[in-house]
Structure formats: structure tokens, C-alpha cells
Design a protein around this ligand. Sequence first.
Ligand code: FES
Ligand SMILES: [Fe+2]
Length: 379
Amino acid sequence: MLQSERPALARRPLDYIDTQSTAMAAELYRQPVSEYTSPTIAAREQEALFRSLPLCIGLSGMLPTAGSYFTHDHTGLPLLLTRDDDGEVHALMNVCRHRGARLVDGCGEARMLRCPYHAWAYAHDGRLAARPADEAFEGMPRTTHGLRRLAVEERDGLLWIMPRLGAPLALERHLGAVGEQIASFGLAGFHHFATRVLARRMNWKLALDTFLESYHFCVLHRNSICNTFYDNLGAFDTWGPHFRLVSPRKTLAEARDTSAPGWSLLPHVVGIYVLFPNTVLVWQLDHLELFHIYPGPTPDESITTISVYIPEPPRSESARAHWQRNFDIVVGVVEREDFPVGEGIQRSFHSGAQDHIVFGRNEPALGYFHRAVSDAVAG
Ligand code: FES
Ligand SMILES: [Fe+2]
């Protein structure tokens, strides 16, 4: 959230609190059930969204030091992200150029990336630095057998890849004006605290729909986040296919004097940004929750990663316990409250009970998101 927009941004939820209203779409949105079940639509989305658009795959804190790396397989490509000695980030295929073995697993720090099969050794920029019995490969120079690379960019603390070999990463064009919104959070120095991966039997868009309205806060979450946030109430803003929901915490009503010295909006709201197509960035008080949602092998399956990033590494046991509690809360709400409902919905889609579902005018982000998906798929 830009410093300059914060006073005006505070007034909108305050008005909604006073008038018991919320941001409204111009009309109802009827969403065909087939959008969540059709293999044809899933294949088109895979091509148009998950092979043709830049994808955010984490914060810079995933690669905290020179020599650090992590693997990433959720796009369907075996990716290996690294940071070299000059601090530059690389996105490589985690596939050895000798006979195709997977080079590394998980995350860590290494001086060299060494294949576990015959020990071909790669530098962090993908160069093939050494191979045993080099003379046996005469005529096949090491210079032409580095790891295959994908376009990658590190910007304002976020890591972006282009999930297709040989395709350029047009990040500036993809982000447009939401770029300065992301920059305003100053995420470059943030520390990766933890990540949880949830594979569930629900379409990836259904998993994402979970984050797009507060209408359900005091019904489904009556014993958890209902205590903290106003329900069915929030501001909605868009930048191209990207958008933001700002939901006020209950503290906003008391802290409504926005002209008081040192007044800040951030402690009194949660800011939910959807970076199209599949990243949900949630600003919570003083830390960041980052969700990435990927299609699974069938339209009925998806993978959601939930990560918490914090301003600095925990300096004490009590700090670590504090962030662990935060992490457990967010995972718990999604895993025990939101996603079981989503899996039930996915099953219901195969019952023939209805051919469309409906998004109310009080759920403007849902219609906006699904229209953006349809537009992108239609080209
Ligand atoms: S497959 Fe990697 S060194 Fe042989
Ligand atoms: Fe929810």
C-alpha cells in the first residue's frame, strides 16, 4: 500500500463500518461449474496461464546467501533456483546434462551443484564446471552442456520465473501499476520462516476463491478470524488482472482518527493482493503470508503452498515460538476450515445439482478474478 494512498484507503473501510456496507460489483456473476471440472479448460489454462505468464515463486529470502539454492516442482517443471557468488539469481532445470538425473532436492547451500549419479559438477549459474573422465567426452565441450536456464528476475524482494524454456520474462508489462504496490512493502530483506504444502482434491481456482471474500468470515471462521476482522466488509482495487482486498481489523473503528500523529493504517487492516494468476500475498500487521496455488494432474486437484516471511530472523526462542504460532494459525484456518469446504464443493460439482454457482455483488473480487482467467485463456 502506497504511503500516499493510506489516509484515503483508511476512510473507505471506515465508511463501510459506519454504513454497514462493502465494495460491490456492478452485477451478479454466474460462474459455470465446468470451469472447475473440465479437462479441456484445465489444459487451456495450463498453456495460457502456467506456461505463458510470469509466475512469482517466493521471496528473495528463499535464497538468503551466495551459494544457496532451492528446488521447485509445482509448475510441472523440475526447477532449481540458485544465487551465485555475485548475488545474482538463476532459474535452472534441475536436470543433469549427462543422462538426465535430478541434481539436488529440497533447499540448502553448496559450493557446487554435483550430480549424485556420476558427479558432473555445475556452478550456480548453470555452467558445467567439471566432470570426471572429461577426456571420454571429447567433442562435447563443457561449454555447451550447462544446465538449461529459464528467464528469472528478482524484483523488490520477489522471485519471478517464466515457466517455459526460451521464453522471455516480460515482468514490467505483466505487473503494470501493481509493481509499485509490491515495492511499497519493502520485502527485499524478509526472512523465510516456514512453508507448508497442501495437496488437495479441489480445482486450483476453487482453492484461490477461498481468499477472495470476507462474506464467510463469521460463519465458517466464527471461532477463529471472526474475532479479529469485520466480515462482509472491505475495499476492492484493481490493476489490470491483479487486485487487492483490504479488510479492516476490529481495531480500526477505535483508531479512526487518521490525522493523529504517527497514525498508521497497516496495523488495522489485512491487505490481500492477488498477483495474477496464482499468487496471493497477504500483509498481516508486521509479516507476510504468501500463497501460491498450482493446478494438479487433473482438474479436481491442486497444490497450495503456504509460506510465512518475517522482517528478520528470529533472535530468540520466544521470537521463534511467536512466529511458529502465527504460522500454525494461518495453516490451521486454511487446512481445517477453508479447504475441507472446498473439497466438498469440488465433489458437489460432479453431482449434476447445478450447472453454475453464483458470486454476489458483495463478492466483487471473485467475478473479477474469473473474468480475468477467462480473458487470459481466450487470449
Ligand atoms: S547423470 Fe548426472 S553425472 Fe551422469
Ligand atoms: Fe476463509
